[in-house]
Design a binder for this molecule. Structure first.
Ligand code: NAD
Ligand code: WQD
Length: 339
């Protein structure tokens, strides 16, 4: 299939592009490069040997999307990754998050309908579950209750938009993938996570401490009701996550479906830091800090629906993710700017 990746120059998009090409698909990318670099797409080309057409444009720009799709017709599917993803920023700038995340989704769906593109895979998030009532989280677990941040609300709303669009068009194949915590990097060390500024997320922060770019890791609370008192998450290797997109694309059928993409294995902050120390062969300085506002104690999924229906499951461990994250960071201490 020929697949348009919106946000395809980003962390997950670049890895998904590699997985799609290696599965025999053609890929084109639209990305406004607001949180990524064209270098990431160039490196995808280096890894795969494929040519990846890149349009630097806003995914809300339906005219630009239409022209690009027609230039590369026939396009068979869209994987919609473009969007803003910083939870804290979304609280400060809700209108921007609604405009970008929901506006781009509506524009993409309109262009798909006009151009006869019938399949969409959407980057949703475990954030839609909010504070879990029970664990593990399955796709039937409650969502959207007391979501504390606009970011999570945009993901929840876009899932509803996809559900309604699929109900209105019996030919539409729509899939939401609820990512848990993506970590790691492609084993080539050529692509990886390259957050702008000081990372909000744990793994890239630890990686920056390991290369000496940051002094120490702040552990946000060690008084949670977890085995070692620190927060537990379901860290999924980004290469496994990318493979989940290929499986979702190839198994998409008419209607709307949602899948958790995670490992089902909770890992704590201290366990991740210990795994990174093993990977890097060095101590990672840390200090215990108060809990971060809005954090939940634990989140991890039941990944059995994706395994049952998509024939997909995560195979890489937190040690694999730390090894690959260290390889990326140590070979690219300034991310893509190293180029
Ligand atoms: P990322 O920021 O690396 O990638 C997003 C890409 O979208 C970037 O390349 C950015 O330049 C682009 N973009 C942003 N606004 C755009 C616009 N208006 N038009 C075109 N391009 C635009 O983030 P990521 O981690 O790769 O996340 C990809 C998707 O997965 C996002 O939708 C995010 O919400 C979702 N997600 C991410 C995580 C995570 O922890 N990384 C977890 C769950 C869901
Ligand atoms: C993981 C654990 C922290 C940083 C976020 C978004 C979510 C999704 C994935 C987009 C927690 C602890 C963190 C640090 C720490 N993104 N931590 N020190 O919060 O589970 O999820 O990213 O969809 O929407 O909310 O990920 O990596 O920020 O935190 O102790 O410097 O690490 O308390 O327990 P989170 P995270």
């Amino acid at each position: 299939m020929r697949v348009l990746l919106t946000g395809g120059a980003g962390y997950i998009g670049a890895h998904t592009a590699v997985a799609l090409v290696e599965a025999g698909h053609d890929v084109l990318v639209v990305d406004d490069l607001s949180n990524s670099s064209a270098e990431a797409v160039a490196r995808v080309e280096r890894i795969t040997g494929a040519t990846i057409p890149l349009l630097s444009a806003d995914a809300r720009d339906a005219d630009a999307l239409t022209a690009f799709v027609r230039e590369h017709a026939p396009v068979d599917a869209v994987i919609h990754l473009a969007g803003l993803k910083a939870v804290g920023e979304s609280v400060a700038e809700p209108l921007r998050y609604y405009d970008v995340n929901i506006g781009s989704s509506i524009a993409v769906l309109k262009v798909m309908a006009a151009e006869g593109i019938r399949t969409i895979v959407f980057s949703s998030s475990a954030t839609v579950y909010g504070e879990p009532e029970s664990l593990p989280l399955s796709e039937e677990s409650p969502t959207g209750i007391d979501l504390a941040n606009p970011y999570g609300k945009t993901k929840r709303m876009i899932e509803e938009i996809l559900k309604d669009a699929a109900a209105a068009d019996p030919h539409l194949r729509a899939v939401s993938l609820r990512y848990f915590n993506p970590v790691g990097a492609h084993d080539s060390g050529l692509i990886g996570e390259d957050p702008t500024g000081v990372p909000n997320n744990l793994m890239p922060y630890v990686a920056r401490v390991a290369v000496g770019a940051l002094e120490r890791v702040g552990v946000f609370g060690d008084d949670y009701d977890t085995p070692d008192g620190t927060g537990q998450r379901d860290y999924i290797h980004v290469v496994d996550l990318a493979a989940g997109h290929v499986a979702a694309l190839e198994h998409a059928r008419e209607g709307y479906e949602v899948y958790n993409l995670g490992t089902g294995t909770p890992v704590s902050v201290l366990e991740l830091i210990a795994a990174f120390e093993r990977a890097a062969g060095k101590e990672i300085p840390r200090e215990i800090l108060p809990r971060r506002a809005g954090d939940i104690a634990a989140s991890y999924c039941d990944p059995s629906k994706a395994q049952r229906e998509l024939g997909w499951r995560a195979t890489r461990t937190i040690d694999d993710a730390c090894r690959d994250s260290w390889n990326w960071q140590s070979n690219n201490p300034r991310g893509y700017a190293t180029a």
